[in-house]
Every structure is written in C-alpha cells, then in structure tokens.
Design a protein around this ligand. Structure first.
Ligand SMILES: Cc1cc2nc3c(=O)[nH]c(=O)nc-3n(C[C@H](O)[C@H](O)[C@H](O)COP(=O)(O)OP(=O)(O)OC[C@H]3O[C@@H](n4cnc5c(N)ncnc54)[C@H](O)[C@@H]3O)c2cc1C
Length: 459
C-alpha cells in the first residue's frame, strides 16, 4: 500500500518499517499503551521539505496518514494501523530572540527541550506539565500549563505558525497572514495542516521559582480542598498549581506512614517573590498541617518536571476532563468520593484553577471557549494491570458524578475517544461551524483526519 521506492526518492529523513525491528518498535510506541499499532511505514521528517514530500505522497497515493509530534495523544492519534505515520520528532530546531521575547521552535520538540533553551535566557512560555509532551499537539489543542493564569494558554502565546497544507504548500499563518486559518490553529488541533514551526511569545520567568507539593492524608481532603478553593478566590495571577488526588510517592520528603497511601497534594507553582508565596501558603498550612512539605525554591525547569515520575510512558490510559462552573462543597465531596473509588494506584484526579490571563482572552478569540470557568477537573485513569473495562468505568463514573457542575468546552487534548459529537460539543455549535467551513477551504478531502476530526462542511 505504501510504495517505499517512490517515497524514498522524495523523502530524505529515515524511513522505518517492520523490517527495522527494535527501531521500528520504538518509533511506533505511543505514550498510551492502549494503542499498539503497526504503521506500514514511519517517515521521520528532518525538514519542511520532507513534510511537503510526505503530504504530497499521502494525498497522491490516498494512503491513511497520521502525524506525530511528541506522541502523547491519549486518544491514540500518534500511531496508525497499516498506514503512513509522519513523525516530526527529528525536527528540533530552536531560535530564541531574547531581546524580542519570542522563540521559533520546530514541531518535533518536547516541552522539556524547549524550556531548557528558553530558560537559558530567563524566559519561558506556557508549556506542558510533563516534560516529554510534544509542543505541537499541545499548542494546537490550546495548551494548558502552570503559567497560564499569568501568561494565558499556549495558543494565546502563538504569534505565527509555518505549516504544510493538504495541497503540499508551505505557508505562514499569523494575525496578518491567513488570519482565519491562524485562528483555527489556536485550538482546532491537527486538522488544517502539518505545522513545521511555531513562533511563540516569551516572558521573563524564574529562573528560580517557588514550587513543590504539600502532601496531606486523604482523610484531610475536605478541609484542604475547601481552604485551597477559598485561597484561590483572591489569589493573584502568579499563583499556578492545583490539587491532586493521588497515591503518595515513596519519595524522601514523604513520611514512611504515608508512602503509597491515598493522599491529596497541593501542587505549588508560584511565579513571584518567594516570601509572598510562602505567606499565602502559610494560610493553607494553618488549616491543616501537611504530612509532608516539599515546597521550596527551585529552577523553573525542575518545576516543569515535578510530576514526570508519576507519568511514565507505556501505561494504559483513559482520560476525561471538564470545566466546572463552580467548586462548591458538594463538588468537592463528590470529587473526594470518586477519588476514593479509584481502581488503580496510578490514576489521579486533578483540580486546576482558572481565571486571570485565561479568562481575560475574549471567548471568540480562539476555537475553544469555557475560558471563564473557575476550575477544571481532570480524571486520569492510568493502570498497568487489571481489566481495562473496570478502569474505564471508573473514569466514566467520575465524569457522570460531576455532570451537575460541568461547564463544557474542555480542550480535547485531555480526552480519550473524541468522537464526532464530543468534538462538536467541545467547540460549541457556532465555532464548530466556523472550523468546519475552514476545513472545507484548507482540507476539503479530509486528508488530515486521524485526529479529533473536524469534518469539512458540505459545499
Ligand atoms: C503525560 C501527559 C501530560 C499532559 N499534560 C498536559 C498539560 O499539562 N496541558 C495540556 O494542555 N495538555 C497536556 N497533555 C495533553 C497533550 O497536550 C496532548 O495529548 C497533545 O496532543 C500532545 O501533543 P504531542 O505532540 O505530544 O502528541 P501527538 O500524539 O504526537 O499528537 C497529538 C495530535 O496532534 C497532532 N499533531 C502533532 N504534531 C502535529 C503537527 N506538527 N502538525 C499538525 N498536527 C500535529 C497529531 O496528529 C495528533 O492528532 C498531556 C498529555 C500527556 C500524555
């Protein structure tokens, strides 16, 4: 189905097939082990020219075509059964313009790689909370990170994108050039082309920030969550972080008795004067004394890797997320009850505060709405053993239990099985129609359909 001789004559990067054994297996492995697929070929692009050649080949030969950045799609879009997988991972060029506070970053970078480069200049932009997440899928899906209350979502920091369209052209999209397409790239996913390079705004950050985790026994979850919610009502934009329902790690800062026990953690990401941040935390510490206190000044890059150890690739994952219109006591009690029913020690529920820079952007400025929601909840089912159906049922149960507080419009970045109706609902009817009309202009034959797909509007 994929004629390698023709592809080889046009494509200069590495081409991997099953005959390449371990290299092929490494290339097809997805973060989410539920997707164990075998592409006919993995084409590892090294340049925009390679991407153009790959798109032309897929279109001309009508080959099922998937695109991969960091391979973190929880819905399994980083790999494809029997088709053509275009992997952008080798494209890792970065050019920081420190004076202009902007960076040009190629689409194969992960957040760990990009943060290291921008932090060399004391700069950063809103990036993923796990360093191995690819910048490409993340930005195209909106991109939520610890810095968002201060500097907005990743898509709010997108200044321009260079992309290869379905007809194989390399074009630029920005506020001045292909402005409608640019709007669609700020959350519409990989539907409109293969992005080769992003230009992002940077901000002075750190290099030392106040970060870490306060850990409490699960029995203290209700007063801890209420106190944190109350603190967040007036917390300044420099306050990032969230609440995590997790199993306490066997880390040195955790007392023996709490290790591997159900716990609740306050993740701290504070981007201003450290003493002021500690003072705010003091209010929280006074309500319930933490069982473990790992909050300390640390390099921004260390904060960005804080939850890496709990999120290794290769586990089975099933996720659902939602915006909440309120976090009242009933919502807190419901979340605690759901967390206490978790079917795997690797599963988490995370609560993240919204507001400030996220809410300040007008709703119609980007495809995804829900910007004024005060809280976002993530239910991450993650397991190494047991029946898939049991773990998935727990995630769906949690979603149903929280339905009374649902505000909708959550980023599809965080959602397993994003079928047609879920995609439509995520954007809302009016924006979905606008995206669908743009899809007809830029990809009328739906070449880029192995994603949270926006079907082209009929003529
Ligand atoms: C451990 C973990 C932590 C996460 N943390 C966060 C977080 O803090 N905040 C957040 O917002 N999200 C988070 N996510 C979700 C993540 O942002 C999305 O899964 C995102 O799509 C990952 O991007 P990727 O490039 O790694 O994924 P991939 O699986 O490679 O790609 C995801 C989608 O984007 C498309 N795509 C990839 N590259 C391109 C490109 N160059 N051009 C066009 N389309 C492309 C793919 O076709 C696919 O549909 C996390 C995911 C994981 C697994």
């Amino acid at each position: 189905m994929v004629d390698l001789a023709i592809l080889r004559s046009r494509f200069h990067g590495e081409l991997l097939t099953a005959a390449d054994g371990a290299r092929f297996d490494a290339g097809r492995a997805a973060f989410n082990a539920m997707f164990d697929r075998r592409p006919a070929v993995i084409a590892r692009a090294t340049s925009a020219a390679d991407v153009m050649a790959a798109v032309d080949f897929a279109r001309e030969h009508r080959v099922p075509f998937a695109v991969r950045g960091g391979g973190h799609s929880v819905a399994g879009y980083s790999t494809i059964e029997g088709g053509f997988l275009l992997d952008l991972a080798p494209m890792k060029g970065v050019r920081v313009d420190a004076a202009g506070r902007r960076v040009r970053a190629q689409a194969g970078l992960t957040w760990g790689e990009l943060d290291r480069q921008t932090q060399a200049f004391g700069l950063a932009t809103t990036g993923g909370r796990v360093t191995s997440t690819g910048i490409a899928g993340f930005i195209l899906g909106s991109g939520s990170g610890w810095l968002e209350r201060l500097h907005g979502l990743a898509c709010d920091n997108l200044l321009s994108a260079e992309l290869v369209t379905a007809d194989g052209r390399l074009i630029t999209a920005s506020a001045d050039e292909n402005a409608e397409l640019f709007w669609a790239l700020k959350g519409g996913g990989g539907n409109f082309g293969v992005v080769t390079e992003f230009e992002l705004a940077l901000h002075p950050v750190g290099p030392m920030v106040l970060g870490g985790m306060l850990l409490f026994a699960r029995a203290d979850a209700a007063p801890v969550c209420r106190a944190y919610r109350d603190l967040l009502r007036d917390a300044p934009p420099e306050w990032g972080g969230g609440i995590a329902f997790l199993v306490a790690p066997p880390a040195p800062f955790v007392p023996e008795a709490l290790r591997l026990q159900p716990a609740v953690g306050i993740i701290v990401a504070w981007f201003a004067d450290h003493a002021r941040g500690q003072a705010l935390l003091g209010d929280l510490r006074r309500v319930v004394a933490p069982a473990a206190d790992g909050v300390q000044p640390m390099p921004y890059c260390a904060l960005q890797s804080l939850v890496d150890a709990g999120n290794p690739p290769g586990r089975r994952n099933y996720w659902r997320s939602d915006n909440l219109h309120a976090l009242d006591d009933g919502a807190i009690d419901t979340i605690i009850a759901c967390a206490n029913r978790a079917t795997s020690p690797f599963s988490n529920i995370i609560l993240q505060p919204g507001g400030h820079a996220v809410a300040a952007v007008p709703d119609d400025a980007t495809p995804l709405g829900g910007r004024t929601a005060p809280w976002q909840v993530h239910c991450y089912g993650s397991w190494e053993s047991g029946d898939d159906a049991d773990h998935i049922a727990w995630v769906k149960h949690t979603e149903r239990a929280l339905a009374p507080w649902s505000a909708g419009h959550v980023s599809l970045n965080f959602v397993s099985d994003a079928d047609g109706s879920r995609v439509r609902a995520a954007f809302g009817e009016a924006k979905f129609r606008r995206l669908s009309a743009l899809k007809r202009v830029w990809d009328p034959d739906n070449l880029f359909r192995f994603n949270q797909n926006i079907v082209p509007a009929p003529n």
